[in-house]
Design a protein around this ligand. Structure first.
Ligand code: SAM
Length: 328
């Protein structure tokens, strides 16, 4: 079977493998092969190929399958859908018998898994946390790796979505060293930590005390503690950052419009706002743009630089992002 592989000269093989492993994109299912002085490192099925192609040579190749790997589908006879967050596997099954069968197969497979959980509620409340049925194991705390950063978190106490990795990377690639970066709803730091790694001075605020504890630990774990200020509280009540931010991230999509007045207070003379929203697919960007203009004009010129569909949220509902420049 043809698999995308990163090709590098043999002498760069180990360093490249380490860089790819840090991002958790090396396939567990295929061997690393050496052919004619080049090393071929196979990539995982969920690797972001577009982002990797910007840094590496990616080629399709008949990679050698690892014979020892047993996957859940080999045991079940069908391919279950699941997400991995560190060593936690998340399934989304309504049928209890099917959930148990998938759990048993995951545990018996060669996938590194400590805990299996099933979604037991929607994401709820101000803190945007979900309830889980723990089907195997008991530890809901893990360390998840994303694009070279490590995030410690407990899925029972904080919000975290591995599905947003590509979108976060898109934003982080715009961050410049030395800029002042303010995340109004920071969670455990999936925007703040990589922004600090790029050299930004970062402030992350969250109402969830557990998220702020993890954000502080993640700043230390990723060696960016000196560039990260973590603040527990309602972002509307945080003082001392008026006129401060070069870049503001607002990832609270159902109610971000209620926080635009605060965002405008935080903005400096020339700031970029990354505004996440959930809207009907008939007009996914219009309401967000109107709300931003209502809050920022006439003090600021408002220019929409990017309109991006992040993912489908529900039938006819889209999760979108507007990148908006505010110029005083
Ligand atoms: N940015 C993180 C991420 O991408 O994983 C977390 C996003 S999560 C959708 C929204 C976060 O906003 C939650 O962690 C929640 O606790 C926090 N939050 C909700 N209301 C808040 C408020 N008034 N002030 C600060 N944080 C708030």
């Amino acid at each position: 079977m043809s698999v995308p592989c990163v090709r590098v000269p043999r002498e760069e093989g180990e360093a490249t493998r380490k860089r790819l492993a840090e991002r958790d994109v090396v396939s567990d299912l295929h061997e690393i092969d050496v052919v004619d002085g080049d090393i071929y490192i196979p990539l995982a099925a969920d690797a972001d190929l577009a982002a990797l192609r910007e840094e590496f040579e990616v080629v399709d190749r008949e990679a050698t399958e690892r014979e020892t790997q047993t996957l859940p589908e080999d045991i079940l006879g069908f391919e279950p859908s699941y997400e991995r967050l560190g060593d936690i596997v998340i399934v989304d099954e309504d049928d209890a018998e099917r959930a148990t069968a998938i759990t048993d197969a995951l545990i018996a497979s060669d996938i590194p898994v400590e805990t299996v959980v099933n979604r037991a509620s929607p994401i709820e409340g101000e803190l945007r946390v979900r309830e889980w049925d723990v089907l195997a194991g008991d530890d809901t705390e893990t360390v998840h790796r994303e694009y070279g950063c490590a995030f410690e978190l407990d899925i029972e106490r904080v919000y975290f979505s591995p599905r947003l990795a590509t979108e976060r990377r898109r934003v982080i690639e715009q961050v410049e060293s030395g800029e002042q970066f303010f995340d109004m709803f920071a969670g455990v730091g999936p925007f703040v930590i990589p922004a600090a790694k790029r050299g930004a001075e970062c402030v992350g605020v969250d109402l969830n005390e557990a998220a702020i504890e993890y954000l502080e630990r993640n700043a230390e774990r990723n060696k960016v503690g000196s560039r990260v200020t973590a603040i527990h509280g309602d972002v509307r009540e945080v003082e001392g950052y008026d006129d401060w931010a070069d870049r503001i991230v607002m990832n609270l999509p159902h109610s971000a419009d209620e926080f635009l007045e605060t965002a405008v207070e935080l903005a400096g003379d020339d700031s970029v706002l990354h505004y996440y929203d959930i809207q009907h697919d008939s007009d996914p960007f219009g309401p967000g743009e109107a709300a931003i203009r209502a809050a920022a004009e006439p003090e600021y010129d408002v220019s929409v630089e990017t309109q991006r569909e992040v993912r489908s949220y529900a039938p006819h509902e889209l999760n979108v992002c507007l990148d908006v420049r505010l110029t005083r």
